[in-house]
Write a protein that binds this ligand. Structure first.
Ligand code: ARG
Length: 269
């Protein structure tokens, strides 16, 4: 099958102040040292890779005291140029929401909604051609699903996450193309697994091994799938489907519980 990439616009935030000083997910161990220059180099590789694929990357200025700001995907959800802001579950990250809102207002986005309910942006909202898939259970409130549906006017499908290692939807599922996804079933409740089977009977199903290196935390442009390099089991199945997998080393950022997708907020026009 022939796959066509479409040029995307992404917002990323350099990990200048990245560190692991608190633990709000099972990946984060404040006792484990982080190599900051390496984290920066890995992040720059990712940014440069997007640019070499023809995508536009905007940058958000990092702020001291917000070590998780590098995970820009959590700061908002943007569809049709309309921005649903984030509201974080943990106080450690709360101030990131305002930093994102300021960026959007300063960069020509006029339709910006400040949310009433907790949602961690694209961490828990994934966009297909027909739906918004929405995670809940660890971070985003189920009430944020209705809020997103009302704001965007798109049907929201709620999915229950049950494994604390896969606390955001984007650690367990990735949208590959308009109507195609890959996901790790064990991260979801039995009912949500049945929903996913019904909506995506031909989905690429990930193994525990691929999920455990955050292989689901990937970004697709419809042809190239940029993903953590350790998710070796996904390369063959992606190629069989006509995609071009591109492995990246984001080992330092994995220590905060995030990888490729977490660092990438898509600005959908
Ligand atoms: N340390 C961050 C947190 O726990 C990691 C966020 C990862 N982002 C993502 N989109 N899954 O909130």
């Amino acid at each position: 099958m022939r796959r066509d990439a479409t040029p995307r616009r992404y917002l990323m935030c350099p990990p200048e102040h990245f560190k692991v000083t608190y633990s709000i997910n099972p990946w984060m161990d404040p006792a484990k040292p982080v190599d900051l220059p390496l984290a920066l180099a890995q992040w720059e590789d990712l940014r440069d890779r997007y640019r070499s694929l023809g995508h536009t990357v905007e940058t958000l200025d990092p702020r001291p005291g917000l070590p998780d700001m590098v995970y820009a995907a959590n700061g908002a959800t943007v569809i049709d140029g309309r921005v649903l802001g984030a509201r974080f579950a943990y106080p450690e990250r709360a101030a990131e929401a305002e930093a994102h809102l300021e960026w959007f207002r300063a960069n020509g986005f006029t339709d910006v909604h400040e949310p009433s309910h907790i949602n961690e942006g694209e961490g828990d909202f994934a966009v297909t051609a027909d739906w918004i898939l929405a995670g809940r259970g660890f971070r985003s409130s189920p009430l944020s699903h209705d809020e997103a549906q009302e704001f965007f006017g798109r049907p929201v499908i709620g999915l229950d996450l049950v494994d604390p290692r896969y606390y955001h939807l984007d650690t367990a599922l990735c949208v590959l193309d308009a109507h195609e996804v890959m996901y790790y079933p064990e991260a979801f409740s039995p009912g949500s697994r049945a929903v996913l089977r019904r909506l995506f009977p031909d989905a690429l199903i990930a193994t525990a091994q691929d999920a455990s290196v955050l292989g689901m935390n990937a970004v697709s442009d419809g042809r190239h799938v940029v993903l953590p390099q350790g998710a070796t089991g996904l390369f063959g199945p992606l190629r069989e489907r006509g995609f071009e997998p591109i492995g990246m080393d984001l080992g330092e950022l994995l220590k905060g519980g995030g990888s490729v997708k977490c660092c990438t907020l898509e600005l959908r026009a």
